[in-house]
Write a protein that binds this ligand. Sequence first.
Ligand SMILES: NC(=O)c1ccc[n+]([C@@H]2O[C@H](COP(=O)([O-])OP(=O)(O)OC[C@H]3O[C@@H](n4cnc5c(N)ncnc54)[C@H](O)[C@@H]3O)[C@@H](O)[C@H]2O)c1
Length: 380
Amino acid sequence: MAKKPLNIGLVGYGFMGRTHSNGYKRVSDFFPDLAYRPVLKAVCGRTAEKAQAFADQWGYESIETDWKKLIARDDIDAIDICTPNNSHAEISIAAAAAGKMILCEKPLSMNSEQGQEMVKAVEAAGVPNTVWYNYRRVPAVSLAKQLIDEGRLGRIFHYRSNFLQDWTISEDLPQGGAALWRLDVNAAGSGVTGDLLAHCLDTAIWLNGGVKDVTAMTETFVKERMHNETGKVEPVGIDDACAFLCHFDNGSLGLFESTRYARGHKALYTFEINGEKASIRWDLHDLHRLEYFDHADDSLIRGWHHVHCTDGDMPYMKQWWVPGLQIGYEHTFVHQVADFLKSIETGTPCSPTFAEALETQQICDAVLQSAKSRQWVDVK
Ligand SMILES: NC(=O)c1ccc[n+]([C@@H]2O[C@H](COP(=O)([O-])OP(=O)(O)OC[C@H]3O[C@@H](n4cnc5c(N)ncnc54)[C@H](O)[C@@H]3O)[C@@H](O)[C@H]2O)c1
């Protein structure tokens, strides 16, 4: 049966613009049963020359240099937002008003007030929407969800998660502008909290449920940096590091840490969950493995299992190669595209929706507020 085209308009052609484009290009080959097929209709960037070079490289049919014009086009079905955080709300709200489907990069917004406006806009327009918290779609992480939902861990006591990097240690690193917008609070909204802990939180909410309250500390180790846009040395407004404790709604205790000052770590995202019957741990550097300890095992062989998530009965894996052969980071985006296309076909939401991603934003806000007030803060 001929597939229905879904015309994509991509805004922003940086790191995420590439991962998403790769997802759109590969999905129909590896998920042949989907009714929809993405078409790379247009890419939007502020510089025509660069946008054209990206279009030529990746196979987009056309370019725009103003996202408003992209949204106004009748031949675009879905807007994919891959721009810095301070533009997610404006683009999403305009796209929803124009009746476009929206795939928005994380974090949803600069703060939860803005996130609420975005949720209102997509709900009023009734447009399909999703936020790219792609780590849910690592097969080993999806397997963790399956094991927890089957009750294999029993009552959960602890959820522990880290996201460690080391790329901002140099005091000479400027803030702001292309590539360094993450260090500029006006473009990013926050530092590691919205950038990295948001990933840890999205996974945590998915695996272990909502968060009740938090107590946090943040630190900005380098207080001033040259700003690329003004050419002046300016105060740094982001959190360079953040650690927090929380209570989950299910009574378990959470411990989270993120920093860009952990020398030696590039993208060490980990989580460990300790339950009454079993424990699970996962590590992005070894993303195809799920470690699993089951107390019910025979005591003579009881220990941590290293489950290589490559068999066809494991989440997403029957679409790929043969047992024993692993997939990687870029496949999580192929999976999210596949799930989004399926959700349009079936008329069901593609998690996390804007409304679900707002929960992560609310916890991030509570974390930042707690660090400032040095008090426990309830998550709204
Ligand atoms: N899901 C993930 O794992 C993940 C990973 C990295 C980044 N992100 C998120 O993706 C978003 C983009 O991050 P990135 O790493 O791709 O950044 P990037 O700096 O590599 O790319 C951003 C792109 O947006 C463009 N841009 C900026 N303002 C624009 C405008 N007004 N109109 C059109 N284009 C504009 C820039 O020119 C650039 O091409 C951020 O929200 C970030 O938090 C998510």
